[in-house]
Ligand binder design. Structure first.
Ligand code: SF4
Length: 605
């Protein structure tokens, strides 16, 4: 099949059986790749009611039709599973080199099921696929494991690994790759750990067949040329995502002290400029990327190298835990990476625990004598290590902020910043209704990357609660996740303004299948509705209440900064949800209607 590796690699860790099956053409036609493959296979193959950390759960690592080809940003793959954090759908994107190497080994999807009897890693060298003993790596950090496996197997292998947090089943453990890239959200690393799978090592040497070679080359060259000519390239390459830190603070969106505020008074120590000057050693890119946002840094004060920190880490570990030094944030970033923790959820959980302590909801009897306070990197890193080991207070915090609030009680649910059980990413959105709606309706929980609508709030008026805001969120929820189906990065479009008109022609040239942009968006909408059906199937009582914003966003006005005194009322949030459901073709409980399912070819699922 043009544009694809051509196979699904099935790995049963219980029986040790490994087999390849041809990639079904209909799967490529209807679901495109990446996130689409993962969502379909999860829905079809993982039985209703499966324990996320049980052997029946499966982990799908899926590339897309652009992955591994010389297309701007074609270095992404998608990790899909049933989430141990939320109990619903988990889909996490990961950059680096893994997706290209999978395609060169002729693999579109690695589908992992069962549980190995002992620590194991999956070795793939083209057609040679083996399960190997990983006892020597168990207990080691993600970065340490990646380095050790590269030393053992050779630099040409691409490694994805988990750290101690994944081994211990921390509900927001991530899968790490390329020394600082993560499939971060939803606990995909815990699912890998529950299967006793420490790592995946892959190398491939095949070509990817392309339907219209000359046309592909021409279109790909045009994409690179457009990226290289983009006025925003220089700043993007210099600061990466950390470049938005100052802007986010200026508009009151920088989460601070557990989202009490969107303005951090000490933010200058965390700006992209400060980071570049203080710690960045060099730039770092994913496969095929013309606009490297990765920053490889050296933290002299703590003596460690780390990729980043990127914006989300600066926001959630920095402002949200009130760490004012980029070196301290970078060090906590390193600790998270080595332990294998998602920095977004971890920053939320730590900040939540500190607020609980400040309010007297928990005390020294709960913390083992540790005095919790904002702005202290030792407190942050101590809690991170306790979480990864599930020791002391860490045993509660390891299950996420929703679980911690249910355990601590005493009103703490109101400031547990989560939707569907997933902690909120880095945009305080009480005065940004579109962004708030993006969090409420995101298909994995309170994550920003499906719809980053905060700029629309600013352009349209931040107080407005109008149907066009719901429409914008839906539009973004179709465009942005489409990149996760393509196996490509969206940031060339978002940050460099690369015209979306490039994508359909190059998909067509590569795969040979005629596709318009509208066809691609329909696939994305199909996947969005399928993940919604998955939530309804898996979570008892799922519906409108699961799309509610965190109570802090409507109960408490922002404390300080340019949005001080602002909040979005619960009534306004519900009105937005009504508009959103109606425009999506869902009923008042948020369930896709039969007509919508029929329109998308999902009837009867
Ligand atoms: Fe990777 Fe950043 Fe390039 Fe996207 S912009 S492909 S995330 S390096």
């Amino acid at each position: 099949m043009y544009g694809y590796g051509g196979s699904i690699l099935r790995v049963n860790l219980t029986s040790g059986e490994i087999r390849r099956e041809p990639l079904p053409q209909e799967l490529a036609r209807d679901y495109l790749g990446g996130r689409g493959f993962g969502a379909f296979l999860l829905y079809r193959e993982v039985p209703r009611g499966t324990d996320p950390l049980g052997p029946e759960n499966r982990l799908y690592i899926s590339s897309g039709p652009l992955s591994g080809l010389l297309v701007a940003g074609a270095g992404k793959c998608d990790v899909t599973t049933k989430s141990p954090l939320t109990g619903g759908y988990a889909g996490a994107s990961i950059g680096g080199m893994l997706t290209a190497e999978m395609k060169y080994a002729g693999i579109d999807v690695i589908a992992i099921e069962g549980k190995a009897a002992r620590p194991t890693y999956l070795y793939i060298d083209d057609d040679r696929v083996e399960l190997r003993d990983a006892s020597a790596y168990w207990g080691k950090g993600s970065l340490t494991t990646e380095k050790a496996l590269k030393e053992a197997l050779g630099e040409s292998f691409q490694i994805a690994a988990i750290g101690p947090a994944g081994e211990a089943g921390v509900a927001y453990a991530c899968i790490s790759h390329d020394f600082g890239r993560q499939a971060g959200r939803g606990g995909v690393g815990a699912v890998m750990g529950a299967k006793n799978l420490k790592a995946i090592a892959v190398r491939g040497t095949r070509s990817i067949p392309v339907a219209q070679l000359e046309r592909y080359r021409e279109l790909a060259r045009a994409m690179y040329a457009a990226c290289k000519a983009a006025p925003g390239l220089e700043a993007w390459q210099k600061y990466g995502t950390a470049g938005v830190t100052t802007w986010a603070n200026e508009i009151g969106a920088f989460p601070t002290r557990n989202f009490r505020s969107g303005f951090f008074e000490d933010h200058s120590g965390l700006s992209g400029e400060t980071m570049r000057a203080a710690i960045v050693v060099t730039d770092k890119a994913c496969f095929g990327c013309p606009s490297p946002c990765g920053k490889y840094s050296y933290v002299r004060k703590h003596g460690v190298h780390v990729e980043g920190p990127e914006y989300e880490t600066t926001a959630l570990i920095g402002g949200n835990c009130a760490l004012a030094s980029i070196e301290d944030v970078a060090y906590a970033n390193y600790v998270c990476d080595e332990l294998g923790l998602d920095t977004i959820s971890a920053g939320n959980v730590v900040a939540f625990a500190i607020e609980c302590y400040e309010r007297g909801i928990i005390g020294k009897a709960d913390t083992g004598g540790l005095e919790l306070r904002f702005g202290d990197v030792d407190v942050v890193c101590t809690l991170l290590r306790q979480i990864a080991a599930r020791e002391g207070l860490g045993a509660v915090l390891a299950r996420g902020v929703k679980h911690a609030a249910e355990t601590f009680g005493r009103g703490s649910e109101a400031f547990a910043m989560q939707v569907k059980g997933m902690e909120m990413s880095g945009y305080e959105s009480r005065h940004a209704p579109s962004m708030l709606l993006s969090y409420m309706t995101c298909d994995v929980g309170a994550h920003h990357n499906r719809s980053w609508a905060i700029t629309y709030d600013i352009a349209r008026g931040r107080d407005a609660v109008t149907p066009d805001k719901a429409a914008k969120v839906i539009e973004l929820q179709h465009i942005r996740p489409l990149f996760d189906c393509l196996g490509a990065c969206r940031l060339q479009w978002v940050e460099l303004g690369l015209d979306l008109g490039h994508y359909a022609p190059i998909v067509e040239a590569i795969t040979g299948l005629p596709r318009s942009w509208e066809d691609l968006l329909t696939i994305s909408e199909r996947v969005w509705n399928l993940t919604r059906l998955y939530w309804f199937r898996e979570v008892p009582g799922f519906g409108r209440a699961w799309d509610a914003p965190p109570p802090r966003t409507y109960l408490e006005p922002v404390e300080t900064g340019p949005t001080a005194g602002k909040r979005t009322s619960r009534e306004a949030a519900e009105r937005l949800l009504d508009m959103y459901y109606e425009q999506r073709g869902w009923d008042r409980d948020g369930r896709p209607t039969p007509a919508k399912l029929a329109q998308l070819g999902l009837a009867g699922l």
